[in-house]
Ligand binder design. Sequence first.
Ligand code: WTA
Length: 628
Amino acid sequence: MSNKQVTLSTKKYMPDPNYRKEAWCKDAEHAYQGYITDPDGFWARISHELEWFQPWETVKEWQYPFARWFINGKTNVSYNCLDRHIAGHRRNKVAIFWQGDDGSTRSLTYWQLLREVERFANGLKSLGVGKGDTVCIYMPNVPEQIIAMLACARIGAVHSVVFAGFGSDALHARITGAGAKVVITADASIRRGKTIPLKPILEEALINATSVDHVVVLRTQTPKISLLSDFERDFYELMEESDKNCAPESMDAEDPLFILYTSGTTGQPKGIVHTTGGYMVGTYYTSKYVLDIKDSDVYWCTADPGWITGHSYIVYGPLLMGATIFITEGTPDYPDAGIWWKYIEKFGISIMYTAPTAIRMFMRFGEEYPNRYDLSSLRLLGSVGEPLNPEAFEWFYHTIGKGKLPIVDTWWQTETGMHMITTMIGEPMKPGFAGKPIPGILIDIVDKEGKPVPPGISGQLIIKEPWPSMVRMVHQNEERYRLYWSGPENSFTASDLAVRDEEGYVMILGRSDDLIIVSGHNIGTAEVESALVAHKAVAEAAVVGIPDEMKGNRILAFVLLREGFIETPKLKQDLLYHVRITLGPIAVPSEIRVVDSLPKTRSGKIMRRVLRATELGEDPGDLSTIEE
Ligand code: WTA
C-alpha cells in the first residue's frame, strides 16, 4: 500500500450553539483533555454511573496484547439494563416500540420487559443452560430477540447472535464454532409482506452440529408449525412454564458477555469476544455522549441486532441509558419508500441512527417521500457502517435534518465494541469526514514503516491505547487476536485506510484488507470464494469489491470452470443461487465472470488487486511478482 496524497474539502457546517448547551457532552475538547490527564480516572467516573454488585479494584491491567478492565468488579448487564430502571423512575416507561411489516405494533415497558426476560432466563436454565454456556440466537428483528439476548446476559450465558439473512452453511459454521448448547430461532421472518421460513435453514445448519441440545422456536405463523418433542420447545410455552423471578447472576467484569462472528480475511469468520464490564461501560458511555440519548427521546437505530451496531446501539447501550427504543421488522422501501419517514412521524422518533447505504437509496427516490411526513420530532441524526460520502451527508443534512440537525457519523468496528471516531454533537461538521477520536480514544494514521503521516496523506488507521469495550479474544484463535495488536508501538490496527486534515478530522477511505463492505456489511472475499469453489462446476474463484453508487461496494466474482463445464446463463444463475443458499443473500455477487485464468503470484496467491484494477481501468501497480 502506498501512502497517497488526498485532496480534502474544507466545507464545514456550524451547528446551532444551543445543541451544545443541551447535550450530555458540553465540551468535547475539555473531556478529551480530561482523559489525557487521567485516563483511568476518566473511565472510573463513567463506570460509577452504573451499578456494580461488588466494586472493581483497578480500572485496567494492560499486559500487551491482553487487557483486563474493572478488575474484580462484579455486575450484570441485564440488571443494569432493566432492574436499575425499574427501581428508579422508568418502571412504566416504554422500553421497546415494535412495528411489524404487516402494520401491527407492540410495546413493552421496562417492567414488562424485565418480567419476560426473567421468565425466559429461567426457561433457558430449565434447558440446562448455565453460566458460561453458549446460546445461538437466529431470529428476525422482533422484541423476542432482545428478550433472548438479555435473558442470556441475566444467567451468564454467552450469546452468539447470527443475522437472520445468513444461509445454512454460514449458520452451521457459527453454531459449531461457538459450541452452542441451545439455538433460539423463529419459524419465519416477514419481509415485504412475504413469509420467509427460517426454521428449515436452521434444520439444515444443525446437521452434524453435535453441541446443540435444544432448539427454542418462536412460532408466529398460523397454523403453528409442529415441533419435535423435547428437542424443540416453543418460545412462549417455555416462558409460561418457567418461574417468574430470576436473580441476575453475579458476573465478573471480565466474564464473556457475547461472541459475535464477523467476516475474516480467511474463509473462516472470526468469533469476536466481548466481556461484561468493559463493554457495558463503553456502550453506555457512547450512547450517552455520542448519541446523546435522553429520557424524552424515542430512539431508532435502523440496524439489525445480528450485527455489532444492533448489539451496542439497539440493545445494550440504549437500554443501559433507559431509552425508549423503536425497532421494526420491515424493509425501508416496502410498501413504499416513505415507510421510514412515516414511522418517524407516527412514533415521534427523535434520534435516528442509520447507514449510508439506506440514505443513498432514499436519495434515489427523491425528496417527495420524506416531505410527505412531519419529521419535526427529529433532533439528532447518525450514520454508521461505511463512509458517509459528502453527497449522502448533504442529502441527509438538508432533506431530513432540514439544515439544522447535527449528524454524528460514527466510525467503529465489531472489534471496538463502541464508537471511536465521530463529530461530537455541537462540534462543526465536515461532510465526508467522520470526525475526531472521541474523548478516551487515541488514534493515529501511519505509513508502512509505522510512522505517522502528515495531514492530507493516507495511511493505516491505528488505535494507540486500549479502551474498555475492546475485543478481548478471537474465539479459539489467539493468534488472530494477537494480530490486531500488531501496529507500531503495540497499537491496534483497524485495517482501514484513512486521512486526516489540518484540524485532525479523519476521513475513512475504506478497508486495507480483503474485506468488502457491501451495504454496510462486511463480507470476506475468501468466504465468497470458498462458497463458489464448493460448487462442482468451479475450479477456482476470485472475488473483488467494485465501487457502487448505492451499496458502497458490490461483489464481482471471477470463476474458472472445471473441465466439462461450459459457461451458460443457467450455470451462472446456479452459482449465484448456491452462494445465496450457503452464505445468504448479503454475500451474493452482483456479477459472475467466467475466465480462462486468474492472475497469480509465483507462490500461487491470487492477485485480486490486479483483477480489480483491470476492471476499473486503473494502474494495477507492481506486477513483478506475477506468474508468467
Ligand atoms: C467500516 C460496524 C467509514 C470500516 C460498526 C470498519 C465505517 C468496518 C464507518 C467495521 C464509518 C464502520 N465511516 N467506515 N462511520 N463505520 N465503517 O465490524 O471499514 O461491521 O472497519 O462494524 O466498517 O465493520 P463492522
